[in-house]
Design a protein around this ligand. Structure first.
Ligand SMILES: [Zn+2]
Length: 224
């Protein structure tokens, strides 16, 4: 909840992961997370309007390497592997509206190990412009009017509908990449055994299975 104060571990428990980095893009409707700091000596220049509704969040630098100052080079779009950075993932998602809009939970560091929940923001835009002699991302976020309580993954219908990657991986392995009814390996879908409209969740592998397109359609017909 907005302005709640949390220890680092409470924050990690809430986000179901150890938050080592400052930016976590999550595909909507999941909620992304950013960590910010306005303390003296903070690594990035984040600024929050006095009323707490407009956040300008700075993107992140390249990883530090021996003999190189990350503050001397452009903030990166891609990792050495070619994968997009979190900067790039947020930038690509900026400006999406409606169901595809990116909601971001913002936490601010108050002091070592103590954080404050600044609320749920909407990513509305970004710039990639010159700051000094290099290029820096500035993400613009606005306090969202979405109900604060929808943020917890798994609590709301909209979220239950989503089958997260870890569930898909477990189900794919268990079902050996085949339709559980006929064994085909073509045109496969992840199916909620108990439909989410009847209270089934995509967050438990036990309720998810692999079906081919034909069996998936037959099941749909039976329900209607
Ligand atoms: Zn089948």
């Amino acid at each position: 909840m907005r302005d709640e104060i949390l220890t680092y571990w409470e924050m990690c428990a809430r986000e179901k992961g150890s938050l080592q980095r400052g930016m976590y893009f999550r595909q909507p409707p999941a909620v992304s997370v950013v960590l910010m700091s306005r303390r003296r000596g903070a690594p990035y220049e984040d600024s929050l309007s006095e009323d707490g509704t407009v956040l300008i969040y700075e993107g992140h630098d390249v990883k530090r390497e021996p003999g190189m100052d990350p503050k001397s080079v452009d903030q990166p779009w891609a990792l050495p592997s070619g994968e997009p950075t979190e900067n790039a993932r947020f930038a690509r998602a900026a400006g999406a509206v409606g169901a595809n809009r990116t909601l971001v939970r913002v936490y601010e560091k108050l002091r070592s190990g103590i954080w404050s929940d600044k609320g749920l923001f909407e990513l509305v835009g970004y710039e990639y412009g010159d700051v000094g002699r290099r290029k820096v991302f500035k993400f613009r976020m606005r306090l969202s009017d979405a109900p604060d309580e929808i943020v917890q993954w798994g609590e709301v219908e909209e979220f239950k509908r989503v089958i997260p990657a870890w569930v898909k991986q477990a189900v794919y392995k268990r079902d050996k990449g085949r339709c559980v009814l006929c064994g085909t390996q073509d045109q496969l879908h992840f199916d909620h055994e108990l439909p989410f409209s009847k209270g089934g969740t995509g967050l438990a592998p036990e309720n998810v299975r692999i079906l081919c397109a034909r069996h998936n359609l037959q099941k749909g017909a039976k329900i209607e």
